[in-house]
Design a protein around this ligand. Structure first.
Ligand code: ADP
Ligand code: MG
Length: 223
């Protein structure tokens, strides 16, 4: 159960990520359990967990934060005209494009802060481990099939069992604020630049993804 009391506004050391971070994960966005948006109002992009099982099998379950590099190239349905994008946290928009850009098109490649859960989600009594990523950005539409690079930079908290969905949602809202604040520190911001930016925006692994297998997996996971 979740402990009572106020939560720490920051997670992770002020000096920057420490071992085992940063952790790199890549994968196409697949269908999850279909409950993120519908039940909680907090959509989570799911990616396959094979990468994590091989590189960090002992990583504790819990809530983490980091940066996401996203390529919408492989999901053309996501690249139409946008209705709710400011573009202020994307890599491909000019720095001055802060006003609400109601007619802007979502950039194909972008980098965003994100909060994610790794684990079994005890509230839902899941039997398989999942990586579910809530990107701190408003997207005009779904982006299943998009290529996603994830750089995990810190740990926020363990997973708890909740008395209600409301209590769960309240904690996730706090996680989002903690993640945004923690990633805003200069010692973390540097992980969206230089060689890290190059890695976050390198989607060449997508060439090796078996799209037919992926489609089958998506269908299997849907129900
Ligand atoms: P699923 O169970 O299939 O993962 P969700 O209800 O969790 O369904 O919704 C996740 C989907 O919502 C993602 O795959 C993505 O296409 C879309 N989405 C839209 N906005 C976001 C966002 N800010 N963060 C994560 N996913 C988002
Ligand atoms: Mg999801």
């Amino acid at each position: 159960m979740r402990p009572d009391g106020p939560r720490d506004p920051y997670a992770g050391p002020e000096a920057g990520p420490e071992a085992p971070f940063p952790i790199k994960l890549c994968g196409p966005v697949i269908k999850g359990f279909g409950r993120g948006s519908r039940e909680l109002g907090i959509p989570t992009a799911n990616i396959p967990t094979e990468g994590l099982s091989t590189t960090h099998p002992d990583l504790p379950s819990g809530i983490y934060y980091g940066f996401v590099g996203l390529s919408l190239k492989s999901c053309p349905s996501a690249t139409g005209a946008s209705s709710s994008t400011s573009g202020s946290d994307s890599t491909t928009s000019p720095p001055s494009s802060t006003p609400a850009a109601s007619t802007a098109v979502e950039p194909i490649i972008s980098i965003h802060p994100a909060v994610l859960s790794i684990g079994y989600n005890p509230f839902y009594k899941n039997t398989v481990r999942s990586v579910e990523i809530h990107i701190l950005h408003d997207f005009p539409r779904d982006f299943y099939g998009a290529a996603l690079n994830l750089l995990v930079l810190g740990y926020i908290r363990p997973e708890y069992d909740y008395v209600s969905v409301d209590a769960l949602v309240e904690d996730i809202r706090i996680d989002c604020a903690v993640a945004a604040r923690s990633l805003d520190r200069a010692t973390y911001q540097r992980f969206r630049r230089d060689e890290w930016e190059a890695w976050l925006t390198d989607f060449s692994w997508m060439d090796n993804v078996d799209t037919h297998k992926l489609e089958r997996e998506m269908l299997n996971q849907k129900e």
